[in-house]
Design a protein around this ligand. Structure first.
Ligand code: ZN
Length: 423
């Protein structure tokens, strides 16, 4: 007993000295890094045929060295004994999805879960954890959820290492009430910050299933995005029609989601104002169409809604081509993954290349460093670079030649910890 106590007493200062890591709230990555920093680890050497660094560069051969959850060295000439010798593989930064709804799932009756289907909170939370796990196994090490109040618990449990999943950023409940006064909206933005939201999510237009026209007024958008800016918070806005995009950009909002009906004028406007654009080419629409029986008859998942999504597919691909050719427009990566799509997020990368005409390297840069930058996390994640968090994945072959290799991510490291090694 005495020696046990002595051992424990000796251990305390060691833990205390491992603690001083800057934590800037709200930042889920700082929280997760804090967890890994407690375990001092020997250097991990990962060797592969090539490294796609997430910033548009491809390094042939070499080692990535990881220590205490961070990338500490990139050796262009392989030396030393590798911990992981990934011959035939390419290393990439962990992928980032700016728009995924982990709380959406199919219930045990094989139907889209709604609040009225009788599922318990436990069943819902287990489904969320399963979605998070599937997403991490697919190579996505950070996601942003816009949003659900339950995200917060999942975010904390993943960050503390208790549940395997990608780092989660969340808006908590989104803003979609078109009848609220601007002052009420401002107060609710401040409340969302207090509740621990990482970002403010706003609906400025109807769903694609209902035509996508503007819903929030210019005054309401100004109140929401203006107050968020005053509070130091980012804003992401669901907007399909050109008028709703224009209103959101002019209100000072930071990021536009979807934009199926975006014309050249608003694409240029977003570029001029430095607003991030997060369009989708296929996965979200195809996933609904492929899983039609599971959604059909709930809310606007009806005949007209499915017809609208069918029509959106070619429109979205054509709009995406115009978006990536708009000079200066920062096109980031978000899938709008819902029930049925979790773990298949990379399908959106495949169709950005195949249907949207983007080069694989540009698509990868978008889904790594550019999306990290949109989250104000460019100094922490989104690249294989010195000092960044060791979120590293590997695929067999060369994803810059064949984007479909990303359908089969076989190695996943997050924060220096290996979660998957299935080679
Ligand atoms: Zn969404």
């Amino acid at each position: 007993m005495r020696s046990l106590l002595a051992l424990f007493a000796a251990a305390v200062p060691a833990f205390a000295s491992a603690q001083p890591v800057s934590v800037t709230f709200p930042n889920p990555l700082s929280r997760s890094r804090n967890y890994y920093m407690n375990a001092q680890s020997a250097p991990i050497i990962i060797r592969a045929d090539r490294i796609v660094d997430g910033k548009g560069n491809v390094i042939q051969g070499g080692d990535v060295v990881v220590e205490n959850g961070k990338i500490v060295r990139i050796d262009k000439t392989a030396s030393g004994t590798p911990t992981y010798d990934l011959k035939g593989y390419t290393l990439l930064p962990g992928l980032i999805d700016a728009h995924a709804h982990l709380s959406w799932y199919f219930n045990r009756q094989g139907r889209y879960h709604t609040r009225a289907d009788g599922d318990t909170p436990v069943e819902s939370m287990l489904s969320m954890a399963a979605n998070a796990y599937a997403t991490l196994m697919a190579g996505f090490t950070t996601i942003q959820s816009p949003g659900d109040p339950e995200d917060k618990d999942l975010r904390e449990w993943i960050a503390s290492g208790g549940v395997p999943g990608p780092s989660v950023l969340t808006s908590l409940s989104p803003f979609n009430n078109e009848r609220m006064e601007p002052d009420t909206l401002r107060a609710l933005v401040r409340q969302r910050k207090t509740q621990g939201a990482d970002v403010i999510k706003i609906f400025a237009s109807k769903s694609i299933r209902d035509g996508g026209a503007q819903t929030m007024s210019d005054a309401q958008l100004s109140a929401l995005c203006g107050e968020a800016k005053a509070q130091g918070m980012r804003t992401m806005v669901h907007a399909h029609s050109s008028e709703s995009i224009k209103a959101s950009v002019n209100a000072g909002c930071n990021q536009i989601e979807h934009g199926v009906f975006a014309n050249d004028e608003v694409l240029k406007l977003m570029a001029d104002k430095g607003v991030y654009f997060d369009p989708q080419v296929c996965l979200v629409f195809r996933n609904y169409l492929d899983n039609r029986a599971k959604y059909e008859g709930i809310g606007n998942y009806n005949e007209a809604g499915f017809a609208a999504m069918e029509k959106a597919l070619p429109l979205a691909a054509a709009m995406y081509k115009r978006a990536i050719h708009t000079p200066g427009l920062k096109v980031i990566f978000g899938t709008d993954a819902v029930a049925g799509a979790h773990g298949r997020n990379a399908e959106e990368l495949v169709c950005r290349v195949k249907d949207g005409g983007q080069s694989p390297l540009d698509a990868i840069t978008s889904a790594t460093s550019l999306t990290a930058e949109s989250m104000h996390l460019g100094n922490e994640i989104g690249a294989i670079a010195l000092g960044l968090q060791a979120d590293i994945i590997a695929v067999r072959g060369d994803p810059t030649k064949d984007i479909t290799t990303l359908r089969n991510v076989q190695f996943v490291m997050k924060g220096g910890k290996v979660y998957k090694n299935e080679r």
